[in-house]
Design a protein. Sequence first.
Length: 170
Amino acid sequence: MQWFFPVLLVALTCAAASNPQSVVAAGSIEEAEFAYDRGEYTRAARLFSPLAEQEVAAAQFYLGVMHEKGRGVRQDYQTALAWFRKAAAQGYPGPQSNLGLIYERGRGVRKDVARALMWYHIAGALLPGDEGKAALKRRDYLTSKMTAAQIEQAEEMIRVCQESQYKKCD
């Protein structure tokens, strides 16, 4: 047991030297989420921003939601879309339903039901429980309103997106 703490100290020092942001990010994401949950949106945005720039997918997702809803930041669908895309490209389960809604309604982008269907389908596959079921319900609703050609286009988009591990989805 005497050797445990010095070894732990060396391991943490090496981790910090190789990627100092990861050590900081681990504590900061919880602090940012806590601020968001308390409704301290401006503070949460300030805490999430550097983490999102460091490619922390959860922070990117939260900033997307905040820009989509205008919580603590100016409402801006283009910025929300950019953050959602970044988080989704990392395979983070969460922004896919938001992307589906943005494309379905044409919020800050040209309305695109095939792309909306793709994102709802992916959300349904990745999200657990009621969130996944809700995404599949939206997907099924959209499918009922689409032409065979639009559905075929969406199916091809789904295939490309999944095969690229969410890198080629837009």
